[in-house]
Ligand binder design. Structure first.
Ligand code: CA
Length: 257
């Protein structure tokens, strides 16, 4: 006698596979250097992310016009179209106008240029980069992605607990060792950027664009001044910071936790 399938059986195994595929965010990796592309995709795979590879700018733009991605990792110097052109085209006219874009650049000077050009990238990383830093930024960008991950709807409003500091962005409140501390809008924004990306180095230019956005008349010195004020408010000992660390020749970061 052959086994009978229960009535209403719809193939649970197939459903599970489909659900698994659906829940995997897909990353478009645009990089003409094969070994970097493969390394990035290997690590994305280890994080359960799907990877679509492109080795030229025009190919990447075609893909971005055809299908939705959860994140684009985009090299600056590419055959076909360069990264800035691709980035702008994705923002202007594609299925992915709101996709988070992480730009890879070869040198610090190139990073500065990219920020200066206001390419529309959300973040940038200079080569050579560490895989750990890349993946931390990938995770941060995926968390931040608007409406792309149901659990992350109000990620920027989520309370942040870091060492002796608690931040409540929704209420604009900060507790340092349990005591409320008043921060200006810029101080709050900088602390939030650093603490939500602990261990990641932000150049002064990156902090300028993240904290002051489009304001004119700010310089990298403004970043140093703000950090100094912030340390007085949040560090147990401002002379020996344990929260906001200076990275020699790089910028600032929140200490790894
Ligand atoms: Ca390249």
């Amino acid at each position: 006698m052959s086994p009978q399938l229960p009535a209403g059986y719809t193939g649970a195994a197939t459903d599970a596979v489909e659900a698994n595929t659906r829940s995997r965010p897909t990353v478009l990796v645009v990089e003409d250097e094969a070994h970097i592309r493969e390394l990035v995709c290997l690590h994305l795979g280890l994080e359960q992310l799907s990877c679509v590879e492109a080795s030229a700018g025009d190919v990447a733009l075609k893909l971005a016009r055809e299908q939705r991605f959860d994140l684009v990792i985009l090299d600056l110097m590419l055959p076909g179209l360069d990264g800035v052109t691709v980035c702008r085209a994705i923002r202007r006219d594609s299925q992915n106008t709101d996709v988070p874009i992480l730009m890879l650049t070869a040198r610090r000077e190139e990073s500065d240029k990219v920020v200066g050009l206001d390419s529309g990238a959300d973040d940038y990383l200079s080569k050579p980069f560490g895989v750990r830093e890349l993946m931390a930024r990938v995770r941060a960008l995926l968390r931040r992605a608007p409406g792309r991950e149901p659990s992350a709807v109000s990620d920027t409003d989520r309370p942040v607990v870091y060492k002796h500091i608690e931040m409540d962005p929704a209420r604009r409140k900060v507790l340092v060792s349990g005591r409320p501390v008043e921060l200006t809008t810029n101080e709050f924004q900088m602390l939030h950027v650093l603490l939500t990306h602990a261990g990641i180095v932000f150049s002064r230019d990156a902090l300028l664009s993240k904290v002051w956005k489009d304001e004119a008349f700010v310089t990298p010195r403004s970043v140093d001044t703000l950090v100094k004020r912030l340390r007085k408010k949040v560090e147990s000992n401002p002379a020996e910071p344990s929260v906001i660390l200076t990275v020699w020749g790089g910028g600032y970061k929140a200490a790894d936790v």
